[in-house]
Design a protein around this ligand. Structure first.
Ligand code: PGA
Length: 250
């Protein structure tokens, strides 16, 4: 099902990068022609979005934010709205990353409001879900992901405005990944959920896998059923690794 969706390879730089790091973006832009089969997105820290968007303008590389506030404007010191990201040149934003859920106590309701805010601003929302090690060990991975999908994903998603990223918390930044069977199990579960709840769009939405994706494991992960791309953290900081991951999905 949905095996032929155009893959999206998204890089999440997290709290890494200064202006000098834009040289890596330049290299991604330069290498993008070699991976025509995938959509490419780089999500740098907010301080670099405007400059990154200028560099990526007119290329195959999109620029995204890593988070946004639910409101468009207001007294929210330190926060950034979807409208601001859009104005800076972003076309997408990650919401509900487990680091936001943990570090900032973001609930499913907050994540859902942020996804709606992304749409209001005209951005594609990449909504992250995923269980912790304790939850997986307790046999609750599907329960957790199902609850997060129900609570974090607003109604009204389309293939163009919504991407789901399955990122088991225990696989993020650890070098550990689930088995292929475990990844397919959860991706199939997410697909069924989307088909049930998003009407005709459910089969067309991309479901990314994230958590310790690197050039060495990208090919086997990207060929799994219902894996329509990857959300890449650490390995996205180096253009050669990021491009190798994108090429592996060909
Ligand atoms: P990682 O991060 O690739 O460094 O494991 C993935 C993510 O958090 O999106």
């Amino acid at each position: 099902m949905a095996a032929n969706l155009r893959p999206l390879i998204a890089g999440n730089w997290k709290m890494n990068g200064t202006r000098a790091s834009l040289a890596e973006l330049d290299a991604v832009v330069a290498g993008a022609e070699q991976v025509p089969q995938a959509d490419l997105l780089i999500c740098p820290p907010a301080t670099l979005i405007a400059a990154a968007a200028v560099k990526a303008a007119g290329t195959r590389v999109g620029i995204g934010g890593q988070d946004c506030h639910a409101a468009a404007t207001g007294a929210h010191t330190g926060d950034i709205s979807g409208e601001m990201l859009k104005d800076a040149g972003a076309t997408a934003v990650i919401v509900g990353h487990s680091e936001r859920r943990t570090d900032h106590g973001e609930t499913d309701a907050v994540v859902q409001a942020k996804a709606e805010a992304a749409w209001r601003a005209g951005l594609m929302a990449i909504v992250c879900v995923g269980e912790t090690q304790i939850e997986r060990d307790a046999g609750k991975a599907k329960d957790v992901v199902g609850r997060q999908l129900a609570g974090s994903v607003p109604a009204g998603g389309t293939a163009a405005n919504l991407v789901i990223a399955y990122e088991p918390v225990w696989a993020i930044g650890t070098g550990r990944t689930p088995t292929n069977v475990e990844i397919e199990e959860i991706h199939e579960f997410i697909r069924s959920n989307l088909v049930q709840n998003m009407k005709q769009f459910g089969s067309q939405m991309r479901i990314l896998y994230g958590g310790s994706v690197k050039p060495a494991n990208a090919a086997e992960i990207l060929k799994l059923t219902n894996v329509n791309g990857a959300l890449v953290g650490g390995a996205s900081l180096k253009a050669t690794d990021f491009l190798a991951i994108a090429a592996a999905g060909a």
